[in-house]
Design a protein around this ligand. Structure first.
Ligand code: FAD
Length: 306
């Protein structure tokens, strides 16, 4: 990313929402469940799996958190009715984690039990480090209560993650391993790209060593190759791991990986609350952030000129 782009990225939150919406549309399936289902149908037709996320991390009231849990019931019913191959991903703050642990637990249980009735699976996304302890505690509690259709995410960026892999190993967890999108202080996180990559591979090794099901979530070609080499060295079968990518990112590479025989799942977010998710995607797109900030600056300047 150029210095100019890096500076512009920091200004993105000041960009008008309609501009952000135009540029982020590739990352979001749409505002409605029907649009998400249409995207998943197309992905499945192209040999890809999906995981649907109901965008909702911006909620502030208990009733909104309960509404998100109800929205997931509709998602499971729609996946089932359309005969699609898709799980769901969920953010605990959307289920009320910042309002009350108990409210969030109730909502998550509701989603997990509904998933089980449909023979489906729930992945808890990982958010910023203020949520890590509660997220892992909830994951453990539900798994220890026998809810096996539940997976979690670990972030290689965090220094604690290898310890978390080892602590969770006895549960044989289904883990999505990613770099982690949230900016964290150096006391908690590796800030150097190479250190994040190295920790990703250390954590993947530990997951493989303990017989966990790994979902390798990255678009980083170097990391993808290193991860696939490790998976091949251990002789894992096609159903013993998966690759994951975000909607709208590296679509051609996705197709190649599927053609090579890997199972690949695409993260499909939808909903009215698209703003925060979109900002994060634009901020990590090396080319797009600068383009949109310049487009927005152009709008402002045009408005000011006679
Ligand atoms: C399926 C999935 C689920 C995820 N879930 C979580 C989660 O629960 N918690 C969490 O903290 N993080 C999550 N992430 C985000 C992840 O941690 C990274 O922020 C993100 O994937 C970018 O890191 P990277 O590994 O792709 O490497 P990077 O080095 O960031 O990217 C590698 C290359 O991919 C391309 N690329 C990456 N992002 C974009 C983009 N937005 N637009 C265009 N091109 C792009 C660029 O070519 C870039 O050079 C998830 C990622 C995926 C793929």
């Amino acid at each position: 990313m150029s210095l100019l782009d890096a500076a512009l990225v920091r200004l993105l939150p000041a960009v008008p929402k309609p501009v952000v919406q135009v540029f982020s549309s590739r990352y979001i399936a749409g505002a409605t469940l029907a649009e998400a289902i249409a995207v998943v149908r197309e992905l499945n037709a192209g040999g890809k799996l999906a995981t649907i996320d109901v965008l909702g991390e911006e909620i502030v009231r208990e009733e909104e958190a309960r509404a998100i849990a109800r929205a997931y019931r509709e998602v499971f019913a729609a996946i089932d009715e359309a005969g699609l191959d898709s799980t769901v991903s969920i953010k605990l703050t959307a289920l009320g984690l910042k309002l009350s642990y108990e409210l969030c637990r109730e909502n998550l249980l509701d989603v997990v039990q509904t998933a089980a009735r449909y023979g489906n699976f729930v992945r808890i996304d990982m958010e910023d480090s203020s949520t890590t302890d509660d997220t892992l505690r909830l994951y453990r509690e539900l798994r220890e209560d026998g809810h096996d259709n539940l997976g979690v995410v670990l972030q290689a960026r965090l220094r604690r993650t290898l310890g978390d892999v080892l602590a969770l190993a006895e549960l044989r967890p289904n883990v999505r391993l990613c770099k982690g999108i949230y900016l964290e202080p150096a006391s908690l996180a590796f800030t150097d790209d190479e250190a994040v990559r190295a920790n990703f591979l250390r954590c993947l090794d530990a997951l493989l060593e303990s017989g966990c099901y790994p979902a390798v979530a990255t678009h980083d070609e170097w990391l993808l190759a290193a991860s696939l080499a490790r998976i091949a060295r251990r002789g894992l079968g096609r159903l013993e791991y998966e690759l994951q990518m975000l909607l709208g990112v590296r679509e051609e590479r996705r197709d190649e990986l599927v053609a090579q025989g890997h199972r690949l799942r695409v993260y499909v977010p939808f909903g009215e609350r698209w703003y925060r998710y979109s900002l994060r995607r634009l901020q990590e797109n090396p080319a797009m952030a600068g383009t949109i900030a310049r487009a927005a600056a152009g709008r402002v300047l045009r408005r000011r000129s006679p």
